[in-house]
Design a protein around this ligand. Structure first.
Ligand code: UT7
Length: 338
């Protein structure tokens, strides 16, 4: 049997294409400050080693009962205030996280509910590249007319998924949340995203066991493990060309940038990328990792929030942001600073 269409003669109605920009940014850093001295004994390390090899001086860990949802709400409130909108005006909430402890449902609907929003709400999993992936999705949603305002949250409670006895990760991972509002705008405020993945290196950063193995083999709580040197080399050599492509795609050169805000994985990676990109010596570069640690999906919005709050970077200027991590996944774009 052959079925034929009814023959709709017109064109489907769609929304006109518009521009998108970041209208608000917010961050939440848990109150509990954890200096290197609290971490190093269990991993036979030292404050000097951690500072020298990673740039981390201290990090924040969430308090007891302070969840991914709590931190996201705290980060979102100032972002909404800066954007000048109410939560009820959001059309979508995208949450980038790898440390929400439920397989389902996503954290996003609970965050939306706590904010007083009934918007479309979903999580994405792209680890330390999650925030830039979510900004890309939000931009496309706004540009295509699917949404007028999208809340993007990068949030992690990595202290739940980090073994305090793992020498390769215990001093790196930390907790926090960053939020951005992506809204319809008169002019382009978010450049094209350059992104990709290398699944051949899928095991370089990963949960130590699948949930099925954890259950069937009674393995106890899993943690995130990392082949540090492998990831370090990939980030140092692979990510500067990606950042350069994002600038080319946006039609921007290094001397037109007002900020460089890479994922806060290791201060040596930040410095190596800045060198390879030939960034001007006086360009503000995010080094939030020193006091915040590596907060994965939260690190870029947290770093931007601090730089904006301290008046280090100008509203209306251009920031190059790049996220990279487990997958291995990456995403970069040039954005106008809110
Ligand atoms: O956010 C997602 C993406 N993540 C990243 O981009 C992280 C990338 N990786 C890194 O940042 C670095 O690889 C680490 C900071 C994790 C480690 O630094 P590294 O310079 O790569 O250390 P390494 O593993 O090469 O080890 C160097 C030395 C070794 O000793 P020998 O063989 O030279 O005698 C290690 O045994 O340091 C030793 N070591 C430590 N010493 C004290 C390794 N871990 C520690 C430690 N404390 N925690």
């Amino acid at each position: 049997m052959t079925v034929t269409p009814k023959g709709f003669a017109g064109e489907l109605r769609t929304s006109p294409v518009s521009h998108a920009t970041i209208t608000g940014i917010g961050g939440y850093r848990p109150k509990r400050v954890v200096p290197n001295s609290e971490i190093v004994e269990r991993i036979d390390s030292s404050d000097e080693w951690v500072r020298e090899r990673s740039g981390i001086i201290e990090r924040r860990f969430a308090g007891e009962g302070e969840s991914v949802v709590d931190m996201s709400v705290f980060a979102t409130e100032p972002a909404l205030a800066m954007a000048g909108i109410e939560a009820g005006q959001l059309d979508a909430v995208i949450v980038a996280t790898v440390s929400w402890p439920y397989q389902t449902p996503a954290a996003a609907p609970m965050i939306a509910e706590r904010l007083g929003s009934k918007a479309a709400a979903f999580d994405i999993s792209a680890a330390c590249a999650g925030y830039c992936h979510a900004v890309s999705l939000a931009t496309d949603m706004v540009r295509a007319g699917t949404a007028q305002h999208v809340l993007v949250v990068g949030v992690e409670r990595l202290s739940d998924f980090t073994s305090p006895d793992d020498r390769g990760t215990a001093f790196i991972f930390a907790d926090g949340a960053g939020a951005a509002v992506v809204s319809r705008s008169e002019s382009p405020g978010i450049g094209p995203t350059v992104w990709g993945s290398d699944g051949a290196q899928w095991e370089a950063i990963s949960q130590t066991e699948s949930w099925i193995d954890v259950h069937e083999k009674n393995l106890g709580w899993p943690h995130i493990g990392m082949a540090g040197q492998t990831v370090f080399r990939w980030a140092v050599w692979g990510m500067a060309p990606v950042a350069r492509k994002a600038m080319d795609a946006a039609g921007v050169t290094v001397d037109q940038l007002d900020a460089f805000i890479p994922h806060q994985a290791n201060v040596r990676i930040v410095d190596a990328m800045a060198k390879q990109l030939g960034l001007p010596a006086d360009l503000p570069i995010a080094r939030d990792i020193a006091y915040t640690g590596n907060t994965s999906a939260a690190s870029i919005p947290l770093a931007m929030e601090r730089m904006v709050r301290h008046g280090e970077i100008p509203s209306g200027g251009l920031a190059l942001q790049i996220g990279f991590g487990a997958g291995l996944s990456y995403a970069a774009q040039v954005v106008v600073i809110p």
